[in-house]
Design a binder for this molecule. Structure first.
Ligand code: PEP
Ligand code: MG
Length: 597
């Protein structure tokens, strides 16, 4: 670059995400495909409309995956951006208009979609409300994603920042999808020509704690070379296009200090929540438990401050093998896992083991020689969980014996629960089997714990509707929100064509949960939630507000949920939960979630 074009002093730009960054520039060319407005022949209309529909489906699938990834790496609130993008792509007006352009104007699928989407983006941009105007970037982001799938030559691969050396990304514009894939260890800062503080890309940059500025001179972008030193101050909105030695030294020291502070803050935050049980700001205890599926998970649950294991998926023992494990093998595996947790756990030693939940999305080849092959048209509505226990009692007896023996051997507080319950009869029969196994072990002189609690998973609408009756036969309820959602909404949890159609908190599901909580409370029985809903930092505390006493989730989510729960007193969560009970649509439920400070 011609050195004389570079300003010696920092240039004023727009502050987007606070922090100092200094390092080599990396020019980032966004991967928006260029659509050439090709026309099609009349006989191609139907095929072109199908191509559009397939590309939209593929983009929706990607967005769902991105949403799940961002929920883990950035946060649930930021992941909701990609949920909103999925809704945009499912907007019937948008799809109808694009199809209409294909049939009446003979536009190609890409040209039709881009034409409609660009009009929508411009309308949004023209709005006085800055936040709504910023949604234009999301419309263009989802459009580009679909266009990439329509590009049969595959010329428009997604842009990536592959280099290992940490650098500042310099781009004309960045989409939320681009930003969400940035690794804060490798991306020191972000400079763009366009963009504002309310765009979703900006929200993600702030959540990732990547310093960012926008409004840099487009000429600078043209003249900049990869590797050239650059620095920004994202709080003040300053761009050092060519920092001198003294400036560079000071900026580097500031960046280093910032990094140390962040590391200290994160480890303090973790240490605090690892050692404390879950509670609201006014000290109401809400147990935060872990969902665990193997020995490593049990270890990390204890290390990350679980107050117990709220769902031990015993399926870990039965998968990927040809021979079904016998009682002794099961006993030894349970003891190893129980010890891995019990010996490290500082906040509680309860382990709630779910008996084998086979069937539907969890097929086990080793089970087939024992119960027959499972060829079913609707496996999710077929022989699964407790239904298999009752059809093949000997397998349940074997597992109960192994679990009860292991609980005593590993000195943990064992609780047992049965999955996929629909009727009172099932629970009566399961309890009778449990009681018989218990007596049998006692008669054999094997030590068993009289304290063992017996509960059920509430994950079918039938069980939710019968909760007041079921409560009389169990010690506790654990709501399997994943399945309760699938069965309430009649939306197969493994079918990406329908999973994105509904909001995380559909009013029907939320009302079902409220029914179960009320039934539990009326009979003095603890109600837990072990489906992934509990891991959402906004929903977990709301479940507590509804009266759920134990939230069980994947271990990495526990620290965040404990922190979120502690942000407000119990009354605040109760009020928000009551607001949710009144809403009629998923969009209104989303608005309640968004109102949470
Ligand atoms: C559930 O259904 O919510 C649950 C926790 O069980 P799984 O996901 O293993 O079916
Ligand atoms: Mg389930």
């Amino acid at each position: 670059m011609n050195q004389s074009l570079l300003p010696a002093n920092p240039a004023r730009v727009m502050p987007i995400s606070p922090g100092i960054a200094i390092g080599p520039a990396r020019i980032y060319r966004t991967a928006s495909p260029v659509v050439i407005a090709t026309k099609i022949a009349p006989h191609q209309v139907e095929a072109e409309q199908q191509r559009l529909s397939a590309a939209i489906d593929a983009a929706l699938q990607e967005l769902q995956e991105l949403q799940a990834q961002v929920a883990k790496t950035v946060g649930r609130n930021e992941a909701a951006i990609f949920e909103a993008q999925q809704l945009m792509l499912q907007d019937p007006d948008l799809i109808d208009e694009a199809n209409e352009s294909i049939s009446s104007r003979l536009f190609s699928a890409g040209a039709a979609l881009q034409d409609v989407a660009e009009r929508l983006a411009r309308e949004l941009e023209a709005l006085a409300n800055e936040t709504l105007a910023a949604r234009a970037a999301d419309v263009r982001d989802v459009t580009a994603r679909v266009l990439r799938h329509l590009d049969s030559e595959g010329q428009s691969a997604t842009a990536r920042v592959d280099e290992k050396t940490p650098a500042l990304v310099v781009a004309y514009d960045l989409t939320p999808s681009d930003t969400a894939t940035f690794d804060p260890e490798r991306i020191l800062g972000i400079c763009t020509v366009v963009g504002g503080p309310t765009t979703h890309a900006a929200i993600i940059a702030r959540a990732l704690e990547i310093p960012a500025v926008s409004g840099i001179d487009a000429h600078l972008l043209e003249s900049l070379r990869n590797g050239q030193q650059l620095a920004i101050d994202g709080a003040q909105g300053l761009l050092y296009a060519q920092p001198d030695t003294i400036q560079a030294q000071a900026l580097r020291a500031a960046m280093e200090q910032q990094r140390e502070e962040r590391t200290r803050r994160r480890s303090q935050h973790e240490a605090l929540w690892r050692t404390r049980p879950g509670s609201t700001a006014d000290g109401v205890h809400v147990q935060v438990f872990a969902n665990v599926g193997d020995v490593d998970g049990a270890r990390s649950a204890a290390e990350l401050g679980a107050e117990g294991i709220g769902l031990l998926r015993t399926e870990f023992l039965f998968g990927g093998r040809e021979v079904f494990p016998d009682e002794q093998e099961q006993f030894e595996s349970y003891v190893a896992l129980f010890r891995a947790f019990g010996e490290r756990a500082a906040l509680g030693k309860t382990i709630i083991a779910r008996t084998l939940d086979a069937g539907a999305d969890k097929p086990f080849p080793a089970l087939e020689p024992l119960i027959g092959a499972m060829q079913e048209a609707n496996p999710a509505l077929g022989l699964r969980g407790a239904r298999i226990h009752l059809a093949h009692e000997e397998l349940l007896r074997q597992q109960l014996r192994a679990l009860l023996r292991a609980g005593v051997a590993a000195s943990i507080e064992l609780a047992i629960m049965f999955p996929m319950i629909a009727t009172v009869e099932e629970v009566r029969r399961l309890r009778a089997i449990y009681d018989a196994v218990y007596r049998e072990l006692e008669q054999e002189g094997v030590a068993v714990s009289a304290q063992t609690q017996v509960g059920i998973m509430v994950e079918t609408p039938a069980a939710a509707l019968m909760a007041d009756a079921l409560a009389r036969y169990v010690d506790f309820f654990s709501i399997g929100a994943n399945d309760l959602f699938q069965y309430t909404m009649a939306a197969d949890r493994t079918n990406s064509r329908v999973t994105g159609m509904f909001g995380t908190l559909e009013p029907a599901v939320w009302r079902g949960i409220a029914l179960i909580v009320r039934a539990g409370a009326a009979h003095g029985k603890l109600v837990a939630v072990c489906g992934e809903l509990a891991a959402d930092t906004r929903i977990g505390p709301l479940l507590a507000g509804l009266g759920v006493k134990e939230l069980s989730m994947s271990p990495p989510a526990m620290l965040k949920v404990k922190a979120a729960l502690h942000a407000h007193p119990m009354d605040y969560w109760r009020q928000r939960a009551q607001e949710l009970l009144k809403v009629e649509t998923a969009a209104d439920a989303q608005a309640v979630l968004q109102s949470i400070e």
